[in-house]
Design a protein around this ligand. Structure first.
Ligand SMILES: Nc1ncnc2c1ncn2[C@@H]1O[C@H](COP(=O)(O)OP(=O)(O)O)[C@@H](O)[C@H]1O
Ligand SMILES: [Mg+2]
Length: 509
């Protein structure tokens, strides 16, 4: 009976703890755990089996071990029946946490203990002093606090190390004890100014020569430190070694300057080379036309003389001699053509060719040229056809130069055709007049088409000398382009070619 009665409060509390959403336990007077609820199991990480019968020390430090605290708690429990306090809890896997603890006496069975985890409890709680100490000693920047008399009150590890001292050797001293007089005085002046005016110095860069002769760069920030009444009581200083950064920047700057110099030098060299090339080009053009002129005169004399001998005017020549002279004449003619072509090209390329522009009809010119080639073509058994469109309008052009182009094209066409025909035609559209020379000759390989307008370009020959200079089509292209026209070639190897050029209807130069 007595027994039952004595158990009644315990049952009541068990039920209460079961429904409570906070950790709770019931303990015996000798502080052994007799019951624990689900929340207590989960925050400590133990199973009921592991807890029952164990002392509360397993879950939280027993501060009652400290005699004074112990007495206090017992006094409170005795007089009021409960006590609230704090304790350091520990989970099964060793994690620490802060607990608030509420203890109710349930005589004679012992006590009910209800716990609450503090929000900042456990390992995550920040000890501000320790945090600051750790921060100061692990940061690579030099940090210090100086009082109004410029004495170091606090320095961190980095600062002490930079001065090759331990912090204790620095406290109470001033810059004068560590730096050359001149530098220390400058610091002193800065500090006095800062204390007087309260204006911080932010990121000031200083350059200093180290004892080993090297250069060190530091960036210094100094801020006034106030007491509660707003009085400046000292200076907080942060000095950062920025030597690496500055050296890298200096190198970059040097490199940039060197590069700029180099670019300037190279640009100048290029300009000079360009000038030289331009001068050479002028000299070349002048040289070509000079030489050509100088050659033309004696060549004319030679040709006349050879012709006179060959014709037998100066006395009888044998057949053998005649044949030799004929070869000489042939080569003289060829040389003359080459000189004339070179002169023309030189003038065209340097823009010194004079044009005599008149408005005329190309059909007339084409007719004349066609007729002049009839017999040459006939000798080779080639038909020469003219297909001129009477609607082709008059345009402005230099008659001689266009004649030169057409001569070149017809000449080539007959030269490179052995049978069939050469057709000269004209046509026009709204913008251009078109002149074409089409043959049924040997044609041009596709791979060679791109080269025919180049200077001195003569494609693989048939064997016999064809007496060309390789300059004809280059001259044609120059002339047509100077009239703002275009020249094209289409060809089928072995079947024939067509050279055509377009002149703008409103051509002007
Ligand atoms: N109608 C054509 N048919 C085939 N090949 C041609 C024709 N016209 C020009 N060519 C080729 O283009 C080359 C260059 O012609 P051109 O500049 O007039 O020089 P050249 O007549 O002195 O050889 C010729 O040597 C020839 O190989
Ligand atoms: Mg030619």
């Amino acid at each position: 009976m007595n027994d039952k009665k004595s158990h009644a409060p315990q049952l009541f509390f068990k039920e209460m703890l079961e429904n409570l959403s906070m950790p709770g336990i019931i303990v015996s007077p000798d502080r052994k755990i007799k019951y624990c609820n689900k929340d207590a199991e989960s925050i400590f990480g133990y199973s009921p089996k592991e807890l029952l019968g164990k002392r509360t020390e397993l879950l939280y430090g027993d501060r009652r071990k400290q005699p004074k605290a112990k007495r206090e708690i017992y006094n409170l429990l005795d007089s009021y029946g409960f006590h609230s306090g704090k304790a350091d809890g520990k989970t099964k896997n060793g994690q620490e946490m802060k607990l608030k603890i509420l203890t109710f006496l349930i005589k004679p069975e012992g006590a009910v203990v209800v716990m609450e985890k503090s929000v900042h409890a456990g390992k995550h709680e920040v000890d501000k002093d320790k945090f600051l100490r750790d921060l100061l000693d692990n940061i690579p920047d030099m940090i210090y606090f100086k009082d109004r008399q410029n004495r170091f009150v606090l320095v961190n590890k980095a600062h002490a190390e930079a001065l090759n001292k331990i912090p204790e050797e620095i406290i109470g001293k001033t810059d004068l004890d560590f730096f050359p007089k001149k530098i220390a005085e400058k610091y002193f002046k800065d500090d006095i100014e800062l204390i007087k005016k309260g204006k911080p110095i932010i990121g000031e860069i200083e350059r200093a020569r180290r004892s080993d002769g090297g250069i060190t760069y530091v960036s210094t920030t100094k801020i006034p430190h106030y007491d509660e009444k707003g009085k400046i009581i000292g200076i907080i200083g942060i000095t950062r070694n920025i030597t690496d950064k500055m050296v890298a920047e200096e190198e970059l700057q040097n490199y940039k300057e060197r590069l700029e110099e180099l670019v300037k030098k190279r640009t100048k060299e290029l300009e000079e080379a360009n000038d030289r090339i331009l001068r050479m080009y002028d000299i070349k053009t002048e040289f070509t036309s000079l030489v050509s002129h100088e050659l033309r005169t004696p060549l004319t004399v030679i040709r006349e003389s050879v012709a006179v001998v060959e014709e037998g005017i100066l006395g009888e020549v044998s057949k053998k001699q005649k044949r030799q002279l004929a070869i000489a004449l042939d080569n003289i003619k060829r040389l003359t053509r080459l000189i004339n072509d070179l002169l023309d090209l030189g003038k065209l390329e340097s823009g010194k060719m004079k044009f005599d522009m008149t408005r005329a009809n190309v059909n007339e010119l084409l007719g004349e040229i066609g007729t002049s080639y009839r017999s040459t073509a006939g000798k080779k058994g080639i038909e020469l056809e003219l297909n001129l469109n009477p609607l082709v309008p008059n345009v402005l052009f230099d008659r001689d130069r266009i004649a030169q182009v057409v001569h070149n094209l017809v000449n080539n066409a007959i030269k490179f055709t052995d049978q069939g025909s050469v057709k000269i035609s004209s046509a026009s559209d709204s913008k251009y007049i078109k002149i074409a020379v089409k043959d049924t000759g040997r044609g041009i390989k596709k791979s060679d088409l791109g080269r025919v307008f180049n200077k001195f370009e003569q494609l693989a020959r048939t064997g016999k000398t064809e007496g060309g200079t390789g300059l004809g089509l280059a001259i044609c292209k120059e002339i047509i382009e100077q009239f703002h026209g275009k020249i094209f070639v289409t060809s089928q190897f072995g079947k024939g070619s067509e050279f055509s050029f377009y002149l703008p209807r409103d051509a002007r130069r």
